[in-house]
Write a protein that binds this ligand. Structure first.
Ligand SMILES: Cc1cc2nc3c(=O)[nH]c(=O)nc-3n(C[C@H](O)[C@H](O)[C@H](O)COP(=O)(O)O)c2cc1C
Length: 409
């Protein structure tokens, strides 16, 4: 089992790191959290103790008994050490060799890869002292997940917002398991630079009445992972998603939709300017014909109610009909006859590639953080079966296949 030590420092983005810790735990990673005194002002250590399922260290002199010499024990244990959010203060301290609390002492004693995810007000971030400290740390081999730009918690607009938890998660996973073992985000090959991606994600929702609806179990995680990975590899990404509880990086153009017809309309509105479509959404195949304007009431003596369903337009097949020289990638989530359905869909929907998964297999499909995929390509009728992996890793495997199609054209 891999070990990640997360250092949480005193910035408002602390609350986002709770989500990040929970994301890392889902990959079967052991997470130990060290909080600075200031961080404890923002989030109660109990939150991180509950999410990490480990004691949380908040003081150099009150470490759990199990650890002989606390700072050394955690420093040796870490495969990756992540400081998120990283305040201007902690960056300054580490850059100048200060070790006056448990976190900075552990960083000083740690020989593993150390990653900072800075978060602060734009003026603090642009301060030349901070920038000089970052440059110094980079020269010394420390890594940084760049903050994003936008409206900051303090009300200012500019660079300083901590990178999204999904991006930091992907960065840490790459360091633990990926190809970019030596590196910083800059090491991610920008092999999709200049490509314009349309990614769809999540379910769609079809109303029965104002309070009831039909939908499906899609979480949107696979589509969001693909959108983030394509962005990291240099693509310009538009993400059309149904109702999901996920966030994405600022520089992904996100269009939220509700119904399958809305999803198709949103895709068609951007389709002219797209090179690659990855349809990871699970749009509802049917809509309710006799949708009720008001909440349906129980009628005494009436035990059965009929909901009449009619076919929705097929989003990917509709796009497939006018695909031109775009690359179209579809998904086949099946519970039986995977290969048969996948190969049929490649033809009927005019796809270049289909990513098939048996959603009934343990650790695959809806709402899991892992997936087991098989990739079928139209050009050579090839079939590649992959082992179980995280959806973040699966996203890169899918994009590797897209890059291969682009190169062989
Ligand atoms: C409400 C509030 C929000 C803050 N947000 C940040 C922040 O986002 N980034 C930052 O560098 N400092 C921020 N600070 C200042 C730090 O908490 C302060 O520099 C502290 O000494 C950091 O200690 P630490 O690095 O040991 O956690 C904030 C302070 C307050 C009161």
């Amino acid at each position: 089992m891999k070990n990640v030590v997360v250092g949480v420092t005193g910035g408002i983005a602390c609350y986002k790191v709770a989500d990040l810790v929970s994301k890392l735990k889902k990959h079967d990673i052991n997470v130990d959290v060290i909080m600075t005194e200031s961080a404890c002002e923002f989030v109660n250590p109990l939150t991180f103790r509950t999410l990490s399922k480990n004691p949380v260290v908040t003081s150099t002199f009150a470490v759990p008994e199990a650890w002989k010499v606390g700072h050394i024990s955690l420093a040796q244990k870490a495969d990756v050490m992540l400081i998120a959010p990283a305040t201007a203060n902690v960056i300054g301290k580490v850059a100048n060799g200060i070790a006056d609390d448990m976190l900075t002492t552990t960083i000083m004693a740690c020989k593993a890869k150390i990653v900072f995810a800075p978060a602060m007000n734009v003026n603090m971030y642009e301060n030349p002292i901070l920038q000089e400290n970052i440059e110094k740390l980079k020269r010394l081999g420390y890594m940084f997940v760049e903050p994003g730009a936008g409206l900051l918690a303090c009300g200012d607009v500019g660079k300083g917002r901590m990178a999204e938890p999904a991006e930091i998660e992907a960065f840490v996973l790459d360091l633990l398991y990926g190809e970019y073992q030596d590196g910083s985000a800059d090491k991610v090959e920008k092999d999709l630079a200049g490509k314009r991606f349309l990614v769809t994600a999540g379910p769609t929702v079809e109303d029965i009445d104002p309070v009831r609806y039909i939908s499906n179990r899609s979480s949107g995680k696979m589509g969001f992972a693909i959108a983030e990975a394509a962005r990291a590899r240099g693509a310009e990404v538009t993400l059309v998603c149904g109702p999901v509880k996920l966030t994405c990086s600022e520089d992904i153009r996100r269009i939220d939709v509700k119904t399958t017809k809305d999803m198709l309309a949103a895709c068609e509105s951007v389709f002219d300017d797209i090179d690659v479509v990855v349809k990871a959404a699970a749009p509802a195949d049917f809509y309710v014909v006799n949708q009720s304007e008001h909440k349906m009431k129980k009628v005494p003596g009436q035990d059965n109610v009929t909901i009449e369903l009619a076919k929705n337009p097929d989003v990917i097949a509709t796009l497939g009909k006018k695909k031109g020289d775009r690359i179209l990638v579809g998904f086949a989530a099946e519970t039986r006859d995977l290969e048969k359905y996948a190969r049929e869909k490649i033809v009927s929907k005019n796809l270049d590639m289909i990513v098939a998964n048996d959603v009934s297999a343990p650790g695959a499909g809806f709402n899991h953080d892992t997936n087991i995929i098989t990739v079928f390509k139209a050009v050579d009728s090839s079939k590649t079966v992959y082992d179980k992996m995280s959806k973040v890793q699966a996203a890169d495997v899918i994009l590797d296949n897209v890059v291969e199609i682009i190169k062989n054209r």
